[in-house]
Design a protein around this ligand. Sequence first.
Ligand code: PEP
Ligand code: MN
Length: 361
Amino acid sequence: MEQTLNTLSKIDEVLTKRPLIISGPCSAETEEQVIETATRLKNTGKVDVLRAGIWKPRTRPGSFEGVGTKGLNWLTQARKLTGLPVAVEVATAKQVEDALHFDIDILWIGARTTVNPFSVQEVADALRGANVPVLIKNPINPDLELWIGAVERVAKAGIKNIGLIHRGFSSYGNTEYRNAPMWHMAIEMKRRNPGMMIINDPSHISGNRTLLQSVAQKAIDLDFDGIMIESHIDPDKAWSDAKQQVTPERLAEILDAIIWRHESTDQKEFVVALEKLREQINHVDDELMQLLGQRMKIAEKIGEYKKNNDITILQTSRWNEILERATKKGEALGLSKEFITKYYDAVHMESINHQNNIMNS
Ligand code: PEP
Ligand code: MN
């Protein structure tokens, strides 16, 4: 039946709640664990949807890969006992069929699936004709088009209720996060899909319990529609993502500590604008760093020439020329002479060190 605003199904209605809170274990492990988690989550009075991974995409083989289809029964049991609608991740046509067969309320597409158009298409084809909400996580790499492509494939399969989950992006190098949030990506996705629900997943962004609170707060400050946080009855013993899970009671504390900023839209706009500007600063800083790296590589080449021709590293006249040129240019750009001198001193020292290493190698 054609879904319209006037004939929202029960589950569509649940998904309109703001903020929407989804919680549950990373993985369903045993029937008792699922039931106890659901009951304790229900008792907090703060959770709208129960989540659990049944099929787990693991980076390395040999890790726990989920209990499989039998876990779907546990979820429907938990739903019956608590009244909480249930959500699972699907990555193949068979998983979609099984989940639909067990009448799972909400399906989500994981980050490792969104990244692959073949897989997304397979899932979308299996969804054709189903009346089930589908939440689409961002791809693991920061590529907005892939995320949008997944939304389009699922929409083309006739799914009416599509939501987004921002779970951060894999990034090279150390960051404090398991998956760098790159908030600007989520903000842009929101801008490109006005009216589509977007919730944040602090668990997979943080990768640990300490950061959950600040990530959740930031998401609310940025006007996300809700959050999904993993919870477990005994987090340290969880069979997957043990470091980032919290007990249902701890989840309630985290939710209580969030400052729900919804009173002033001005404030939201301000936070969004600030975030965009900060991302721009990060971008410029990254470029500056790249350029400085390049500058040092050139200095090393000069060092090699000097070494081969027995010339001293420091040639005072050349340095004065650089400084004079920089001061003129910098002042025209509004940079103080004092700053330019300090900056060039530092750059010069670093350059000399690089050349020195070459001369003495
Ligand atoms: C999950 O939600 O447990 C999960 C596997 O997430 P992601 O796809 O974001 O890695
Ligand atoms: Mn997980």
